[in-house]
Design a protein around this ligand. Structure first.
Ligand code: PPS
Length: 510
């Protein structure tokens, strides 16, 4: 079915004339794995025939077992520039987030997905040298890695979280029992499950290197897939096999066998207080046994800034983790107020900013709706699309403030859930906290106040598209805090927010 990429010529004029498109981050991660041949036998994005077959029986159209759809969605405006019937006019250049070309797609199939978009399928070929990026030198292809691995058994570990002593003990045990060489694969496609930046995860894994047997450490762009855990695990297993792994140590989450390798489910270990060793739970009398910390307990240590205990975490790993995930009272934070015009958001936001500036405990950037619209978002209207653009810009800047440990306080109306969710995601990807405060003062009260006279104008039909009157406000269902200022004084409203932030560790307790 045309999976062989070799022999596919790309004349200069074809490349010059081809349209360019930047896929979404998860698609870029898939692309990277396709190009590196970690997804072999796949050599491109799947088309309708393979997808149909996959849904039916978990196999590609030619019968090859394959766990997940690997697809690319492209705006119809871009697809419209291609002529699928003509091999010289169906090449699409795929670029990275900075717009630099990384691959050519020989688009042999297009299919409909949702409004404004279509699926694009076909083989891909790398353009350029693979680019840059932090820890680029650790991103090796499966062929390169197989070339440097010693003969014999290869024990694979997918380290999507930092390695603590229980995992290190399991690894040491498995490597010894199998007499295997260790290959540690660190997924760097997106922030890990606990919000750790990919580079920080790599540093944490490297910090545990002297606690591991002789090993090879490789970073790879495994995309984070929501939804079906089992299929995602099967895909990881296939990728591990492509890298030469013969025995894969299952993570504490579930992992299935498949892809021609053996999956080892490690025994549950505990810390033995008698001699300080980690061994099987059953071999330690209950009163001497300490169970590994849960993810939530580790998170709690980091949030509070207490050092992870040495019985559980090698000090070098604990130091690296603490540096990458500083305690909440030093970590970046976005406080995002949303609510109707006149609900009291700006007043509360200003009050919170003033309090932090007075105490000096935090650096603060206030992104007020009206002020943002004079600078960052000058020229935008109140159409749904422009409101979205406005909120995403605010969310993006706020996340950058958070990335550097500052507090960003935002107070636009932000009437749409989706744009607020994007702002939350930006903050998460920057390693910052996000607190959504719904200023839920009802419309009647906002209209009664009508400080700017806008509601009266809207009622009189003098302005169109006023939020709450003839434009929607989607009340949040995911707010950390909801405050109705109808019967609250200014001071009480501000104190409510400060107290929430104090109680949750973001500020010194009030
Ligand atoms: S949005 O929807 O989040 O992009 O709006 P935002 O940037 O916060 O701007 C809201 C302020 O703009 C004034 N204004 C309007 N608001 C809502 N609808 C319409 N049509 C409108 N036209 C002007 C209004 O003063 C808002 O200020 P606040 O501080 O919310 O009262």
């Amino acid at each position: 079915n045309g999976w062989a990429v070799d022999g596919w010529a790309l004349p200069d004029e074809v490349l010059r004339d081809a349209p360019t498109y930047t896929p979404r981050p998860s698609e870029l991660a898939d692309l990277e794995l396709l190009l590196s041949e970690a997804y072999r036998p796949l050599t491109g994005f799947l088309g309708p025939a393979d997808l149909r077959s996959l849904r039916r029986n978990g196999r590609l159209a030619d019968g090859t077992a394959w766990p997940v759809p690997v697809t690319l969605e492209v705006p119809l405006a871009v697809l419209g520039q291609l002529d699928i019937a003509d091999p010289a006019k169906r090449v699409l250049i795929l670029a990275d987030l900075e717009g630099a070309p990384i691959a050519a797609l020989d688009t042999t199939d297009v299919y409909s997905t949702r409004e404004g978009f279509g699926g694009a399928a076909g083989r891909v070929k790398r353009l350029g040298d693979g680019g840059h990026g932090a820890f680029r030198r650790m991103r090796r292809t499966p062929a390169e890695v197989r070339g440097i691995l010693p003969q014999g058994r290869i024990l694979g570990v997918i380290a999507d979280r930092p390695l603590h002593r229980p995992q290190l003990a399991q690894i040491a045990r498995a490597a010894r029992t199998l007499a295997a060489h260790l290959l540690v694969l660190v997924p760097v496609g997106s922030p890990g499950p606990d919000g750790l930046a990919p580079e920080a995860l790599v540093r944490c894994v490297l910090a545990a290197r002297d606690r591991m047997p002789d090993c090879t450490i490789v970073a790879l762009q495994l995309p984070h897939r929501g939804g079906d855990d089992i299929r995602a695990a099967m895909l990881r297993t296939r990728v591990a096999a492509a890298y030469g792994v013969t025995h894969l140590l299952a993570s504490s989450d579930s992992m299935l066998s498949g892809g021609g390798l053996r999956v080892l489910v490690p025994r549950e270990l505990a810390y033995d207080g008698r001699d300080g060793q980690w061994r099987s739970l059953d071999d330690i009398p209950p009163k001497h046994r300490r169970l590994p910390l849960t993810f939530a307990e580790i998170e709690d240590h980091l949030d509070r800034g207490t050092i992870l205990p040495e019985w559980h975490t090698p000090p070098a790993v604990a130091r690296e983790l603490a540096r990458s995930r500083p305690p909440r009272r030093q970590r970046g934070l976005v406080v995002f107020f949303t609510g109707l015009s006149g609900s009291g958001k700006s007043t509360m936001a200003t009050g919170v900013a003033d309090a932090l500036q007075e105490s000096g405990e935090r650096t603060v950037t206030l992104l007020d709706g009206d002020i943002v619209r004079r600078h960052l978002s000058a020229g935008l209207t109140f159409s749904a699309a422009d409101r979205d653009t406005n909120i995403k810009r605010i969310g993006w800047v706020a996340a950058e403030v958070g990335r550097h440990g500052g507090v960003a306080i935002c107070c636009p109306i932000a009437p749409y859930h989706e744009a607020r969710a994007a702002a939350r995601e930006y903050a998460r990807n920057a390693g910052a906290g996000f607190v959504l405060v719904h200023v839920s003062t009802p419309l009647e009260e906002c209209e009664r106040r009508d400080r700017k006279g806008l509601y009266a104008k809207a009622r009189a039909g003098l302005i169109k598209g006023m939020t709450g009157i003839d434009d929607p406000y989607e009340a949040p269902t995911d707010a950390e805090l909801a405050i109705d200022t109808t019967d609250l004084s200014y001071g009480e409203a501000v104190t409510t927010v400060l107290r929430y932030l104090g109680n949750n560790g973001w500020l010194d307790p009030r």
